[in-house]
Design a protein around this ligand. Structure first.
Ligand code: UDX
Ligand code: ADP
Length: 460
């Protein structure tokens, strides 16, 4: 079996960047080059100011500081990196298709195909090609076909090695994974990748399967996790009308070791680049095999999630006397969860869109998301003109400025710092009655009520 000396990763995003940084940290004798077409992104990965890394993850700066320049490199020279590598990870984005067949459901594989064609064109020696991006089942077959038919006669072994890290905890998840999953057909290729992970992951936590099982397991893991969130969110609505408290219900059922306590936090809805996309993929695959009941079953997880976001916004409008026109609503948080600057599919975007339809004035504060990103997310929806988004939405760098003179505060992300604000001061500074709509059940109801806020939380 060939020893892996050089690894290249195509795609320097939320998956490729942190994953390769940790692999490099733990394998100082392997040279790792992360390449991307996006020059600005690569420049940011190379910035000496570690605050400027393009991905914000707690602890990532220290990992990059340790490995970068030693055996970890970031570059835009894709061809050279492919040529030199023994093993190539593909970590490019696979968004949901916005056009043609499977629009709104199937994964768009054009970036993967472009990568495969580029690898085939450049490679002059045998390569192990590792799928890291989440992909629909059987993408490996397409990858192999492109590589074998367009390549220069060299051998390609395809492995599926889905990433299970969650954003916001990427570095701890990578350092201490529940499991590493490697799917493939060629025993030597599998063993080569096992050795890379064995540098820090105990052997018994490295699972090997066939290609299809590995690809499908990734979709299924995310579908199960998202299903738990939608399940508890469905119960949150029932709690609101019956007088139960969803946190108490979560706690009571979570003590059952068969159910378990994790992923039972009711919220304004799940976001992130994976859950919706992966379920849509699963639904699309099921429909393509005419498994209507299976497809409908999983689709319901998304329908419920959309409902949760919409009803949070509706509740704000109804509570504020059925009109938010011209009213200032301070958004605390824009990221899809705390400790990340990622906003993909964030509930905040959809809640804002709903309120903006009613001509609310939305003032956004998020500790890590810049103004350009907020506008980009809203413009992408295409609900109204970019001018109207800028007329109705303001993004500020100071939470007190966001809440100053506001009619209501909506908590969209569970950033820890929100708990520590000077809430008496905020109350004084707001229009009365001072409404707080807590989409994350983050604040203390008793404390806020005592201060005189009208406090509403999901599932209470
Ligand atoms: C997820 C999977 O957890 C990870 O294994 C996979 O590799 C990628 O997709 P991620 O999207 O980064 O990770 O974050 P996750 O922690 O799973 O949260 C997803 C969304 O669900 C967030 O919006 C979060 O706020 C929400 N959520 C999560 C809840 O609303 N309640 C919960 O109890 C848990
Ligand atoms: P993920 O969350 O899956 O990591 P991102 O969008 O954060 O997704 O990152 C994917 C990265 O892949 C982007 O920076 C994009 O520029 C890069 N990329 C896409 N296609 C190619 C390609 N053919 N060659 C190099 N980089 C690519």
């Amino acid at each position: 079996m060939k020893e892996i000396k050089k690894i290249t990763c195509i795609g320097a995003g939320y998956v490729g960047g942190p994953t390769m940084s940790v692999i490099a940290q733990k394998n100082p004798n392997v040279t790792i080059t992360v390449v991307d077409l996006n020059q600005a992104r690569i420049d940011a990965w190379n910035d000496t100011d570690l605050e400027k890394l393009p991905v914000y993850e707690p602890g990532l700066d220290a990992v990059v500081a340790e490995a970068r320049g030693r055996n970890l490199f970031f570059s835009t020279n894709v061809e050279q990196a492919i040529d030199e590598a023994d093993m190539i990870f593909i970590s490019v984005n696979t968004p949901t298709k916005t056009y043609g067949k499977g629009k709104g459901q199937a994964a768009d594989l054009k970036y993967i195909e472009l990568c495969a064609r580029q690898i085939a064109a450049v490679a002059k020696s045998d390569k192990i090609v590792v799928e890291k991006s989440t992909l629909p089942v059987r993408t490996a077959a397409a990858l192999k076909s492109i590589l074998d038919n367009t390549g220069n006669g060299v051998n390609f072994h395809i492995l599926s090695n889905p990433e299970f890290l969650a954003e916001g905890t990427a570095v701890t998840d990578l350092h201490n994974p529940d499991r590493v999953l490697i799917g493939g057909e060629d025993a030597d290729a599998i063993e080569a990748l096992v050795q890379v992970y064995e540098a820090w992951v105990p052997r018994e936590r490295i699972l090997t399967t066939n290609l299809w099982s590995s690809e499908l397991s990734k979709l299924v893991a995310n579908a199960f996790l998202a299903q738990r969130v939608s399940s508890i969110n469905a119960i949150s609505e029932l709690c609101e009308v019956t007088g139960a408290n969803v946190d108490e219900v979560s706690r009571a059922i979570g003590y059952d070791s068969r159910i378990g306590s994790k992923f039972l936090k009711a919220s304004v809805g799940f976001g992130g680049s994976c859950f919706q996309k992966d379920i849509l993929n699963l639904v699309y695959i099921a429909r393509s095999y005419n498994l209507t009941e299976v497809a409908d079953y999983w689709e319901q997880v998304i329908i419920l999630n959309d409902h949760q976001k919409a009803r949070f916004a509706e509740n704000i409008i109804q509570t504020m006397y059925n009109t938010v026109n011209g009213k200032k609503i301070a958004f605390l948080g824009w990221a899809f969860k705390k400790d990340t600057n990622d906003t993909r599919e964030s509930a905040a975007i959809y809640v804002a869109d709903h309120l903006l339809e009613e001509e609310a004035q939305v003032i956004v504060y998020d500790p890590k998301v810049p103004a350009e990103q907020v506008y980009k997310d809203l413009d992408y929806l295409g609900t109204r003109s970019p001018e109207d988004n800028r007329r109705l939405v303001t993004v500020v760098n100071d939470p007190y400025e966001a809440m100053h003179g506001s009619h209501a505060i909506a908590i969209l992300t569970e950033w820890d710092e929100f708990k520590c604000y000077d809430w008496p001061r905020v109350k004084e500074d707001m229009k009365k009655p001072a409404f707080v709509f807590d989409g994350r059940k983050l604040l203390d109801r008793n404390k806020l009520s005592m201060l005189g806020f009208n406090y509403y939380a999901i599932g209470e």
